[in-house]
Design a protein around this ligand. Structure first.
Ligand code: SAH
Length: 243
């Protein structure tokens, strides 16, 4: 079945559990069905774009629209699986709202992996991974990603530093001072480490600086909120060496 997938740019785009393959029928319920049927008012014969996070994006055709379900059949690939920039964001979990915003922006900006780091001044030591995953899926649907960032299990700062992979540059956003970011960023596997609202303890900063791959970087003389700092460093990295 050859599909004219050229004019799909305005069709709705949804993340579904994979694997996607030509001819596979998918029955959507709950929120995705409501979105396609009631919000986007898709009718049988209309096209939709689906992605499962691993096999790229596929054009699918609406077969049936019922009150609580929408049935689709996968037609043909409409975009290849992206190669993600090899960029991690290690961040101290923030309050609900700010952390939601942070993971959504990190997803839009192409981050491959999000690593929640528990530091001495982290005020939030539990995070709702399901809620954050939903924010990342929504961001990926909106921004055109075919791969979802990985949200890692929370890890303490000492264990993350102890096990740091030697080949990955660790750009440490240090509000007490560091090199200029634009003069420090190099191509290659990278991670940014951003502290909690209260910043890093002195001994934590020393522990980070002791890691061979660590590169302390300053974002200027103003003290940024952690979420601002995270998005700033990712944006600069993407502009200089990203995808
Ligand atoms: N201790 C600070 C607050 C920390 S800001 C205070 O005095 O209020 C939260 C985090 O954002 C910091 O741990 C750091 O990772 C990052 N950050 C904020 N401003 C920064 C800057 N100007 N340069 C580098 N990193 C910064």
């Amino acid at each position: 079945m050859s599909e004219n997938t050229a004019d799909l740019s305005t069709t709705p785009r949804l993340y579904v559990e994979g694997p996607l393959s030509a001819g596979r029928e998918i029955a959507l319920r709950d929120a995705p069905a409501h979105y396609l049927g009631s919000v986007m008012r898709r009718q049988p014969g209309d096209m939709v774009r689906l992605f499962d996070g691993t096999s790229g994006e596929w054009a699918a055709r609406v077969l049936a629209v019922a009150r609580k379900s929408v049935t689709l059949v996968v037609a043909a690939p409409s975009a290849p699986q992206e190669a993600m920039a090899d960029l991690w964001l290690c961040f101290a979990p923030l309050k609900r709202g700010r952390i939601d915003w942070l993971v959504e922006k990190a997803c839009e900006l192409g981050v491959a992996r999000l690593v929640p780091v528990i530091t001495r001044r982290t005020i939030v030591d539990r995070l709702n991974a399901e809620r954050l995953q939903a924010h990342m899926i929504e961001a990926a649907e909106q921004c055109g990603r075919t791969a979802l960032p990985v949200l890692a299990e929370p890890v303490t700062l000492p264990s993350l530093m102890r096990d740091w992979p030697v080949e990955r540059a660790l750009y440490f956003a240090d509000e007490t001072g560091g090199a200029r970011l634009v003069e420090t960023v190099m191509p290659g596997p990278a991670a940014f480490l951003v502290g909690p609202e209260g910043g890093f303890m002195t001994e934590e900063a020393a522990m980070i600086r002791a890691v061979p791959a660590a590169k302390p970087v300053s974002l200027g003389r103003r003290i940024l909120r952690a979420d601002t700092a995270a998005i700033a460093v990712i944006s600069v990295w993407q502009a200089l060496v990203g995808d």
